[in-house]
Design a binder for this molecule. Structure first.
Ligand code: PFF
Length: 492
C-alpha cells in the first residue's frame, strides 16, 4: 500500500493468523452462543455445518481466488472486470467502514468492562448499571446532544490502537499483532472453558449444545439464522479475504488455506460456546431460573448476563471476569484492523496516498462517526446501524458480488486459479453454488432482514436508515468520480 512497494505476507503463517484473526471476533464469542441458544441448541449445528460447507467456504474461496488472481484492491479489481462496476466496490467498502464505526464502539464498551471487572463495579443490578452508568442512555432524541465521556474515551482508545497497527507495514502491523493476539486469545479461551467445566451445573449447559431438537430443522428461521451466523462469523463479502489474499505469494495453496481458516473459526466458536453454555448452566442451577429463560435478547447482553454470572461466581470471578473481557478485546481488535485494511488499500491505491497517511485519515473520520455512539442515544443508533448495515446493506453487497463473480466474470478462470497449487481441488459444483444456490439463500436472508428491520422500525430508525441510504448511494458515486492519481489504476 506504500507508493511503489508491492506488499506481500512474509510467511503463510502470518497470512493464516491474520485471516483467522479477522474472522474470530465478537461474532464468535457472544453472537454464536446466543444464536445457538435461541435456535434449538444441538439441532442448530446441522444447518450451521451445511451452511459452513456449502455457502460459507464457497464464498470465501471466491474472495481468495479473486484477490489472489488480480493482486489489486477491490476498487481496482471491479474496475478491471467492468469499468462501470467501480461504484459497487466503493459501496461495499463504505458499508464495511460504517460497520467498523459501530463495531469499534462495542469493543470500546468491552474496554470499560475490563476495568469494571476487576472490582465487579457493576453491583447487584448489571442491567441497570449498563444502561445508566455505562451508556447513560436516554430514549429522548435530545440525548444526541449529550456526550458520554467514558464511552467516547474508550472509542478513542480503540481507534488509536487500530491506527497504530494499521499504519505500519503489513507484516510489522497486522501480521505481527495477529500472531501475538491470536495465540493469547486461544490460551485464555482454553483456560475459561476448562474452568467453566468444573462449575456446578456446567453439564446442564453444555449438553444443550449436543442435544438436538429435531423439530427445529423444519423451521426456515433456524436455517436463515445458521446461514446469517456464517456470513457474520466468516466476515463474508467484506473484501477482507480478497484483500489479504492479494498479498499472498505466487505458490500459495489457496483451497487448503481457506479450509484451515474456516475450520479454525468455526472450531473456535463451537469450543468457546461449550464454556459459555457451561457458565449459563451454572447460572441456571445457582439462580433457579430455567436455562431457557436466562437470556432474553440481544448481543449487548454480554455486558449484562456475564456480570450477573460473575456476581454469583465468588472470588474466581475476579480472574475469569477480566480474562473474558480481554478475550473480547483481542478478538475485536484483530477484526477491526481487518475491516480497515481493505478500505485503506483501495483509497491508497487509487489516490496514491501512502499507507500511514491513509490510515490516519480513515481512523480520524471513523472516530468522528463513532462519536455518535458515545451520545446519550448512542446505543439506540448503534442498534439501528447494526440492523440496517448487517441485515440489509451487507447482504445486498454479497448478492452483488455473487452476480459479478458468478455471472459477469469468467468464473472458470477462478477454478484454475484456486486449483493451481492447492492439494484439495474445487470442481464444477462450486460454480453451481456461487451462481445459483448462494444468491438464492442470500435473497432469503435479505427478505427476512428487510421484513424484520421494517416491522420493528420507528420514527428515529426510519430517519437514520433514510440518511444511511442517501450516504451509501452518494459517497460511492463521489469516490468513483474522483480522478485516480495513480495512472496505473485505469489500466485494465
Ligand atoms: N467476523 C468477525 C466477527 O465475527 O466479529 C468480524 C465482523 C463480522 C465484524 C461482521 C463486523 C461484522 F459486521
Amino acid at each position: 500500500m506504500t507508493k511503489n512497494k508491492k506488499q506481500e505476507w512474509n510467511s503463510n503463517l502470518a497470512f493464516m493468523m491474520a485471516m483467522i484473526g479477522s474472522a474470530v471476533g465478537l461474532g464468535n464469542i457472544w453472537r454464536f452462543p446466543n444464536v445457538l441458544y435461541s435456535h434449538g441448541g444441538g439441532s442448530f449445528m446441522i444447518p450451521y455445518i451445511i451452511s459452513l460447507f456449502l455457502l460459507g467456504i464457497s464464498f470465501v474461496l471466491v474472495e481468495y481466488a479473486v484477490g489472489f488472481k488480480f493482486k489489486k484492491s477491490i476498487a481496482r479489481i471491479l474496475f478491471s472486470i467492468k469499468t462501470k462496476l467501480e461504484p459497487v466496490a466503493w459501496f461495499i467498502l463504505l458499508i464495511v467502514f460504517l460497520i467498523t464505526t459501530y463495531y469499534v464502539c462495542v469493543v470500546g464498551w468491552d474496554l470499560i468492562y475490563i476495568v469494571l471487572s476487576f472490582t465487579k463495579a457493576w453491583g447487584s443490578n448489571p442491567d441497570i448499571y449498563f444502561a445508566n452508568n455505562v451508556l447513560h442512555s436516554t430514549d429522548s432524541i435530545s440525548g444526541i446532544f449529550t456526550i458520554v465521556p467514558n464511552v467516547l474515551i474508550s472509542i478513542f482508545i480503540i481507534w488509536l490502537i487500530a491506527w497504530l497497527i494499521i499504519k505500519r507495514d503489513l507484516n510489522d502491523g497486522i501480521g505481527r499483532v495477529s500472531q501475538i493476539l491470536l495465540p493469547l486469545l486461544c490460551l485464555i479461551v482454553v483456560g475459561i472453558v476448562a474452568f467453566s467445566l468444573t462449575l456446578p451445573g456446567a453439564s446442564e449447559g453444555y449438553t444443550q449444545i449436543f442435544t438436538p431438537d429435531w423439530s427445529a430443522l423444519t423451521n426456515l428461521d433456524v436455517w436463515l439464522a445458521a446461514f446469517g451466523q456464517i456470513v457474520f462469523s466468516l466476515s463474508l463479502g467484506m473484501a477482507i479475504a480478497m484483500t489479504y489474499a492479494s498479498y499472498l505469494p505466487e505458490d500459495s495453496k489457496l483451497v487448503d488455506n481457506a479450509l484451515i481458516v474456516a475450520f479454525s473459526n468455526s472450531g473456535f466458536e463451537i469450543f468457546n460456546s461449550i464454556g459459555i453454555f457451561s457458565i449459563l448452566g451454572f447460572m441456571a442451577v445457582t439462580s433457579g431460573i430455567a436455562f431457557d429463560n436466562l437470556v432474553t435478547e440481544g448481543s449487548g447482553l454480554a455486558f449484562v448476563v456475564f456480570p450477573q454470572v460473575f456476581n454469583i461466581m465468588g472470588p474466581a470471578a475476579y480472574v475469569i471476569g477480566p480474562l473474558f473481557f480481554i478475550c473480547i478485546l483481542f478478538a475485536g481488535i484483530t477484526s477491526v484492523i481487518a475491516l480497515l485494511e481493505g478500505v485503506c488499500y483501495s483509497i491508497s491505491e487509487k489516490f496514491l496516498i501512502e499507507r500511514k497517511k491513509t490510515a490516519t485519515v480513515v481512523c480520524i473520520v471513523g472516530f468522528l462517526i463513532s462519536a455518535i455512539f458515545a451520545t446519550g442515544i448512542g446505543s439506540t443508533i448503534l442498534g439501528i446501524f447494526d440492523a440496517y448495515l448487517n441485515n440489509f446493506a451487507l447482504l445486498f453487497a454479497i448478492l452483488l458480488e455473487c452476480i459479478i463473480f458468478g455471472w459477469i466474470y469468467k468464473f472458470d478462470d477462478l477454478i484454475d486459479t484456486l486449483n493451481k497449487n492447492s492439494n484439495i481441488k474445487v470442481g464444477k459444483t462450486w460454480k453451481i453454488v456461487i451462481k445459483y444456490i448462494l444468491p438464492f439463500c442470500i435473497l432469503g436472508l435479505w427478505i427476512q432482514g428487510i421484513y424484520s428491520t421494517i416491522s420493528t422500525a420507528d420514527g428515529l430508525s426510519i430517519t437514520i436508515m433514510a440518511i444511511l441510504t442517501v450516504v451509501i448511494l452518494i459517497v460511492p458515486a463521489i469516490f468513483t468520480k474522483l480522478p485516480a492519481i495513480n495512472k496505473d489504476y485505469y489500466k485494465v
